[in-house]
Design a protein around this ligand. Structure first.
Ligand code: DX5
Ligand code: ZN
Length: 220
């Protein structure tokens, strides 16, 4: 079972004109990972950043870079993100026509592999590869934008996965992403989440006091 919850702030809510500074502040404020949302305007209706920026951001923190790829087709880009310094590479199963090959591609670069499930995607998509991966990212909003409303029905998938992972004694972590706030972080933890992603709550609450917001999320 989960002991201390990890916090992975999403820089989607940061000021993109000063990302380096924002990232080192997140590290000082006690973040465990840095969540980087990569969007292509095709798999999701928004465009963010690519490997060149990640490569430069890597110099501003010693925290693991938790890279969430919302791009399709994803396979040919794994190398670029691995070489840019991603530590965890999470993909959506819909973005590859051979999930196992893409997981192996991530592993080839000695990176942690994550699989992300959209709100309407069932856990059956990930169960056959659970023993090959390091992380399952449960989307609690439809991917594309920060600041959306938490879809609480997605917690049922967290509960089912927690049971499966514990029963099989796997070391797969469960991460939840989207709409996490001070009202729902506790139920997410109780459902069995290991890592909370949060953008809006960390960057916008308490006049942007990221330290206070990270601590509050962790200690709820
Ligand atoms: C949505 C992204 C999330 C998002 C979370 O597609 O994957 O990481 O930035 O932001 P909040 O916490 O604002 O929902
Ligand atoms: Zn994300």
């Amino acid at each position: 079972m989960t002991s201390t919850i990890k916090i992975s702030p999403s820089i989607l809510s940061a000021d993109f004109a000063k990302l380096g500074v924002e990232i080192s502040e997140l590290e000082k404020a006690g973040a465990d990972l840095i969540h980087i949302d990569v969007m292509d305007g095709h798999f999701v209706p928004n465009i963010t950043i690519g490997p060149e920026i990640i490569k430069d951001l890597k110099k501003h923190t010693s925290l693991p870079l938790d890279v969430h790829l919302m791009i399709s087709p994803v396979h040919k880009y794994i190398k670029n993100f691995a070489e840019a310094g991603a530590d965890i590479i999470t993909i959506h199963p819909e973005t590859t026509n051979n999930l196992i090959e893409t997981i192996n591609e991530i592993k080839k670069f000695s990176k942690k592999a994550g699989i992300s499930l959209n709100p309407e995607t069932t856990i059956e998509k990930v169960l056959p590869v659970l023993n090959l991966i390091d992380l399952v990212l449960i989307m609690s909003v439809n991917p594309g934008f920060g600041g959306q409303k938490f879809i609480k029905e997605t917690l049922e998938k967290v509960r089912l996965l927690r049971k499966e992972i514990d029963q099989k004694k796997l070391s797969v972590e469960i991460e939840i992403d989207g709409g996490i706030n001070f009202d729902n972080a506790k139920i997410a933890k109780n459902a069995g989440v290991d890592i909370l992603v949060s953008g809006t709550t960390i960057f916008k609450n308490n006049k942007g006091n990221i330290k206070k917001n990270i601590e509050t999320l962790r200690n709820l």
